[in-house]
Design a protein around this ligand. Structure first.
Ligand code: 6R9
Length: 643
C-alpha cells in the first residue's frame, strides 16, 4: 500500500474539485456523447458536430465528431490572435543562457504561422500531403506543425536525435515528399547536423522516392550544402500573403507519429483532427488546471507525443503562455531548469522522471539557489516515477506547496489518461492515480479473465475516447493486430498495472518487449535488428534492466560469426553502430558476447532468463530444464556485465 500525500491547496482557483470529478466522470461514461459534444464546444468549429463517438473495437473502426468541420491552427492561433492579440503565446529560451531569446504574442504567432504556411505552399505542399519535420526545439518546429495543420497537410515529426537511417525509414514509411529541417540544432552546446543528416537519409541505398522540396531554417548559421531546385532556405520563401485555414473534416488525419512496439519497425500512429483536438484541449484544461496568464512549461521535445499534445496543441488550443526550451537540464550546469523557472516565472512545469532523477543526484543546492516561488503545479510523464524521486520533486522542487500530477498515457492515447487532478485528489507517490473523464479501464490476467477490485494485471481500455489513435498509417491490419488482438474487443496498452482499494492505478512497466530508456520508448527488436545488421554479428537478444537514472538500461547479448572474438574494439564498434543505425538514445549500456543464446528446443529465445542475468539476479532463474543447452546459462552468468 502506498502512502497518501494530501493535496496542497493550489494557489489558483481550480477547474475541478473532488465532487465535480465524481459527477463529471459518471456523466462522461454514462452519457458519453453529450459529455464530449459539450467539451467539443471548447473549440471553434466551421460546422459544429452533432455526433459523438461512433466506434467499434471488433472490427476496429473509430470515429468521433464525424460530421464536424474545423481547423486546429485556427483554434490554436487565429482565434486567440483575434481576441487577445497581445497575450504572450511563446517564450523561447535558447540552449545558451547568454543568448537572447524571443517572445511571440498570439498576433505575432499568427503572422509567423502564416509565413511558414506560405513557405510550405511555395515548395508545393498541399492538403493531404505528408510533411516530415526534423527540427531542433526551436519556435520554427512548432510553427511547421501548426502550418501543416493550417493547410491540411499531415505532419510527421521525427525526433532530431534520430540517425539518418532511422529518419529515412520514417520518410519512406509515410511516402513523405517534403522535409522541414534546420541547418543545425544545438543541445547542451553540442551541434547536431540536421540538414546533413537529411541529405544522408535521402542518400540511403533503399531510399528511392525523391523529395519534392525541403525547407531549411537558418538557426546556427552553419554552412550547409543546398541542392538546387530541391532545397530552399525558409527565409527566402516565407511570405506574408493571405493564407486562410483549410476547413477539415473531424476525421481527417492531423499527424503521423512513429512509435516503437514489440515487433517490427516503428509504426506510424495516426491521429485525426477533431477528437485529438478536443482531447488535448480538455485534458490540458483540467489536468494542468491552467489559469489565464499563467506560464506553462513542458520540457519535452516536439519529436515525441508529449511535445505534440502539450506543446504544439493542448496549451495553444487553450490560449496559454508557454516556454519553448531548446536546451538540456544539465547545461551549463544542473541548475538550468530552475534558472529557467526563475527567469520566466514558470507556474506549471511538466517533465520526465529521468530528468528528475538525474537532477536529484546532483544535490539540492542547484535547485534552492533559484527562486521557485512562481511554481504552482508539477507534472511528470513518460515512465513510472519511483517514490524517492517523487518525494524529492514534491519536497525540494515544489516545497510541498505544489501538487504533483503523474500522468500516464501513450502515443496511441493522444493525451493523458490516468492522473490525479490537482484540485480534486490526494496523491500517492508512484501511482498515476485515477482515470480521466471518459477513460474506462480493465485489468485482465494473461488469459484475458477480468480482474476485479484491488488487483494486478494487464491494463486494457474497453471504450473508445476522442483522443484515441485511429490506425497505423497505411496498415490498418497492423493496428488491429498490435492493439486489439491480444484481448479481443479491448485496446491493450502493453503495460502492467496495479489497482488499489481506492481505485488508484499504478503502472508497473511494460509487459511486452518494449523498453523505456530515459522516457524514450524503444522496441528491443529495433536494437536487435541494428546489431545484426553489423557484418560480424550472427545473432542478438536485447533486454531492459533497471537503471538508476534512465529507468531502464539497454543490455545486449551478441553472438558473433564463427571464428570472431569479442574484443574491446568490437564492443565500441557495435555501440557506435547502434548509434548510427538508430541514434544516441539507443546506445547499449552493456554488450555481452556469448557463444549462444538460451533457447527452448523449439528455438524460442528465453528472454526471461536473459532479463534475470541482466538484472544481476541470477539466483532465481526458474525452470531452465526446457533449454536446449542448459550449460549455456552458467557461461552467461559467468560473463555477465552488470555486476
Ligand atoms: C506519453 C508517453 C508510453 C509508455 C507507456 C508506459 C510509459 C508513460 C507514464 C508511464 C508510468 C507514467 N509511461 N507515462 N509509465 N507512469 N506516468 O510517454 O508516450 O512515448 O508512447 O510511451 O510510457 O509504459 O506505455 P510513449
Amino acid at each position: 500500500m502506498l502512502d497518501t500525500v494530501k493535496r496542497p491547496q493550489s494557489s489558483a482557483a481550480t477547474h475541478c474539485t473532488s465532487s465535480d470529478y465524481e459527477t463529471m466522470y459518471r456523466r462522461s461514461v454514462e452519457d458519453s456523447d453529450a459529455f464530449w459534444l459539450e467539451q467539443a464546444e471548447r473549440l471553434d468549429w466551421v460546422k459544429a458536430p452533432t455526433k459523438g463517438g461512433e466506434w467499434s473495437f471488433d472490427p476496429v473502426d473509430i470515429a468521433w465528431f464525424a460530421d464536424g468541420k474545423l481547423n486546429l491552427c485556427h483554434n490554436a492561433v487565429d482565434r486567440h490572435a483575434a481576441s487577445r492579440p497581445d497575450a504572450t503565446a511563446l517564450i523561447f529560451e535558447r540552449d545558451d543562457p547568454q543568448s537572447a531569446g524571443r517572445t511571440l504574442t498570439y498576433s505575432e504567432l499568427q503572422s509567423e504561422v502564416v509565413a511558414m504556411a506560405n513557405a510550405l505552399k511555395a515548395i508545393g505542399v498541399k492538403k493531404g500531403d505528408r510533411v516530415t519535420i526534423y527540427m531542433p526545439m526551436i519556435i520554427e518546429g512548432v510553427l511547421a506543425m501548426l502550418a501543416c495543420a493550417r493547410l491540411g497537410a499531415i505532419h510527421s515529426v521525427v525526433f532530431g536525435g534520430f540517425s539518418p537511417e532511422a529518419l529515412a525509414g520514417r520518410i519512406e514509411g509515410c511516402g513523405s515528399r517534403f522535409v522541414v529541417t534546420a541547418d543545425e540544432g544545438l543541445r547542451g552546446s553540442k551541434r547536431v547536423p540536421l540538414k546533413t543528416n537529411v541529405d544522408a537519409a535521402l542518400a540511403e541505398p533503399d531510399h528511392d522516392t525523391p523529395l519534392d522540396g525541403m525547407l531549411v531554417v537558418k538557426h546556427t548559421g552553419a554552412d550547409v550544402p543546398m541542392t538546387e531546385g530541391r532545397d530552399h532556405w525558409y527565409h527566402d520563401v516565407r511570405s506574408n500573403a493571405d493564407c486562410p485555414c483549410e476547413p477539415m473534416d473531424a476525421e481527417d488525419p492531423l499527424f503521423i507519429l512513429y512509435t516503437s512496439g514489440s515487433t517490427g519497425k516503428p509504426k506510424g500512429v495516426v491521429h485525426t483532427t477533431g477528437g485529438y483536438g478536443v482531447w488535448t484541449a480538455t485534458t490540458f484544461n483540467y489536468i494542468f488546471d491552467y489559469q489565464p496568464g499563467e506560464v506553462f512549461w513542458c520540457s519535452a521535445d516536439i519529436g515525441w507525443v508529449t511535445g505534440h499534445s502539450y506543446i504544439a496543441y493542448g496549451p495553444l488550443l487553450n490560449g496559454a503562455t508557454q516556454v519553448i526550451f531548446e536546451g538540456v537540464p544539465n547545461y551549463p550546469d544542473h541548475g538550468r531548469f530552475w534558472q529557467v523557472v526563475e527567469k520566466h516565472k514558470v507556474n506549471i512545469l511538466y517533465t520526465a522522471p529521468t530528468a528528475i532523477r538525474a537532477l536529484m543526484r546532483e544535490g539540492d543546492d542547484f535547485v534552492t539557489k533559484h527562486d521557485r516561488s512562481s511554481l504552482r503545479l508539477l507534472g511528470t510523464v513518460g515512465e513510472p516515477i519511483n517514490p524517492e524521486a517523487w518525494r524529492w520533486y514534491f519536497e525540494v522542487v515544489g516545497e510541498e506547496r505544489c501538487p504533483i500530477i503523474d500522468t500516464w498515457w501513450q502515443t496511441e492515447t493522444g493525451g493523458c489518461m490516468l492522473t490525479t487532478l490537482p484540485g480534486a485528489h490526494d496523491m500517492k507517490p508512484g501511482s498515476a492515480g485515477l482515470p480521466f473523464f471518459g477513460v474506462r479501464l480493465q485489468l485482465v490476467d494473461n488469459d484475458g479473465a477480468v480482474l476485479e477490485g484491488a488487483n494486478e494485471g494487464n491494463l486494457c481500455i474497453t471504450h473508445s475516447w476522442p483522443g484515441q489513435a485511429r490506425t497505423v498509417y497505411g496498415d490498418h491490419e497492423r493496428f488491429v493486430q498490435t492493439y486489439f488482438s491480444t484481448y479481443a474487443g479491448k485496446y491493450f496498452t502493453g503495460d502492467g498495472c496495479k489497482r488499489d482499494e481506492d481505485g488508484y492505478y499504478r503502472i508497473t512497466g511494460r509487459v511486452d518487449d518494449v523498453i523505456n530508456v530515459s522516457g524514450h520508448r524503444m522496441g528491443t527488436a529495433e536494437v536487435e535488428s541494428a546489431l545484426v545488421s553489423h557484418p560480424l554479428v550472427a545473432e542478438s537478444a536485447v533486454v531492459g534492466y533497471p537503471h538508476d537514472i534512465k529507468g531502464q538500461g539497454i543490455y545486449c547479448y551478441v553472438t558473433l560469426n564463427a571464428g570472431e572474438d569479442g574484443s574491446d574494439a568490437l564492443y565500441t564498434e557495435l555501440r557506435n553502430h547502434v548509434r548510427t543505425e538508430i541514434g544516441p538514445i539507443a546506445s547499449p549500456d552493456h554488450i555481452q558476447f556469448t557463444d549462444g543464446l538460451p533457447k527452448t528446443r523449439s528455438g524460442k529465445i528465453m528472454r526471461r532468463i536473459l532479463r534475470k542475468i541482466a538484472e544481476n539476479d541470477y539466483g532465481s532463474l526458474g525452470d531452465t530444464s526446457t533449454l536446449a543447452d542448459p550449460s549455456l546459462v552458467e557461461r552467461l552468468i559467468e560473463g555477465r556485465q552488470n555486476r
